[in-house]
Design a protein around this ligand. Sequence first.
Ligand code: ADP
Ligand code: MG
Length: 728
Amino acid sequence: MDNLRFRALELAMTRSQQLVKYPGQKASEYFGELTFNNAAMREYLTEEAYTQVMNSIEKGEKIDRRIADQVAAGIKAWAISRGATHYTHWFLPLTGATAEKHDAFVDPVEGGKGIEKFRGSELTQQEPDASSFPSGGIRSTFEARGYTAWDPTSPAFITDRTLCIPTVFVSYTGEALDFKTPLLKAIYTIDKAAVDVCQYFDKDITKVFSTLGWEQEYFLVDSALYQARPDLVLTGRTLFGHSSAKDQQLEDHYFGTIPQRVLAFMQEFEYEAHRLGIPVKTRHNEVAPNQFECAPVFEEVNLSIDHNQLMMHLIDKIAKRHNLTVLLHEKPFGGVNGSGKHNNWSLATNTHENLLSPGKTTKSNLRFLAFLVNILKAVHEHADLIRAVIASPGNDHRLGANEAPPAIISVFIGARLTQMLDAIEKADSHVFINSETDGLLKDLPKIPEILLDNTDRNRTSPFAFTGNKFEFRAVGSAQTCAPPMIVLNLIVANQLRKFKLDVDALIAKKETKDQAIFQVIKRYIKESKKIRFEGNNYSEEWVKEATKRGLSNFKTTPEALKAFVHKRTLELFESNHVLSKRELEARHEIRLENYTKKVQIESRVLGDLAGNHIIPVAIRYQNTLIENVKGLKQVLDLKTYGKLSQNQMETITEISEHVDKIKTYVNLMIEARKDANRLSETEEKAFAYCEKVFPFFDRIRYHVDKLELLVDDELWPLPKYRELLFTR
Ligand code: ADP
Ligand code: MG
């Protein structure tokens, strides 16, 4: 058989742009046509059913059984009219993917005929076998049942002729087995806590929503080249590969013209996304070659998270139609930028205000300051948890690699706000005037109305204020947004509740409301100061400075994950009824197991590729050289031979040396793996994989990459970086 790499390259090079036919409609005409949105509900639901569903969405009211039957009938009619044949509960198990089990609408009836059926009970609840989903020991197989229950706040949608009903997923004993359950609880918690604080400022605010706008980065590679790289197929990243002579150093890819073949894929993807009501808005090239980004308009956080999950699935499906494969991994290629998923987060009110937008009046500015400072305080207190929630083996490669924010959590707020907070911190509280008149403080710089156009941006910060929202930049591209959003909303909610207690305590001591708020803000600014950092997060100085400040810097997943089970975290989750101790411990366990398994798979693939793909090819080439040297000896006189065979002899030796090193390290790695596998305690095992197995990866890779430079290009079996990154 000839070289797989060349067959793949041949295929890849002859690909042309796939032409897609679109209906001659405006985007506004097909936007959301595959979702059971408000318009569809009005058309397909009775007045009574519509009102109950809306009450359930807006006020969390229960839908009674009779109405559920009506809603199911409406959804069924709508779905069938759009070609759906099946339905499924769609949920977010702790694997990080989405899960679905399809059932046909059709049931046989007498006379060999069929009829479409869908009852209210099938809409609202199902009992999928939960035994094969990770539960971290919560659910032993003999109580394998789990329940899924309808989440009416995220509209049902149709994909692949299947009606998908977003649901939560809980165990028989009521514990959360998914991400949506704690998310919905965190959303409820922040609503309550933020409304209470808003009431100091504006009695009309009765509901607060958390909003999320994600920015999804990804790589595209030709599917044939992808298939010829077992490491990409099995681990999502390349375990070997010498860097290409040119990669991102000329910075000519960022915001460059999108290649035609990629554009055709993006257009089809966006068309399908819009039909599903995913408001994707922006597309562009990213920093690394063949790296791209897609971002939607922000939405309410629960919906936005579902949309991101759906998008990750959709993008993969559509790319395949264009013979492209999407790499969502955080670091598919060594030496070039990895991929992140910035989570832009803010809080919006029922009065259509953004609580993180500096206001026009002093009063709204005091409110803005209150929220800003509470967020700083929350991040300060729970920085370790924020770090933990974005920990994954993929993200470990990115954090701290001078391309993504470091593993040290800090907050950037910009020069203007820093000046403002510094002034408040130093101010004598009696200069405080009051929020009804102009100015909070004498001589205090006013918050500019619009910070948005401020060029004052820091792209190196893991958590940056960007004018009217925070951008959590350290989230990895393959991660679901749910955990970071659960944590962020929860810690801020928890902090806002404390704020209210602190302010009320001062009011009880006869301080005016404004004065009380101001005093607490002032104290919080001081207490949370060390979490603020305005400089270059990539610099060595920051690492030193952060250590001095006592900020943690957890470089690896097992280390970072410890914060999941800290006393402080348990208290946070338990006191807000978001997750119990048992549920948190289960999540900690699942993440550790996931870490171990991923590193284990990588280690096996690495050993296999080195042994079965790389070494035999290196030896084959070496044999050619040996033959050549033998031949030269026959045809040349001894002196000339001695001189001219030098080069080959050197290469022959070098190859042997690299092969020897690879063999030695692979064997040592396998030994380390065996030792690690003997450990029964989950955390200990994860640490063993991290500290004893993983370090061999780079050592082995170094020698394989050297061989890539030595061995005849015609023989090399794996598509090279220049081919993966520049074929488009
Ligand atoms: P960039 O950060 O790349 O400069 P933008 O600032 O325009 O881009 O916005 C990036 C993302 O921030 C988009 O997904 C957008 O929807 C989101 N975003 C904007 N405003 C908000 C908000 N109030 N809440 C949450 N996300 C927001
Ligand atoms: Mg951004």
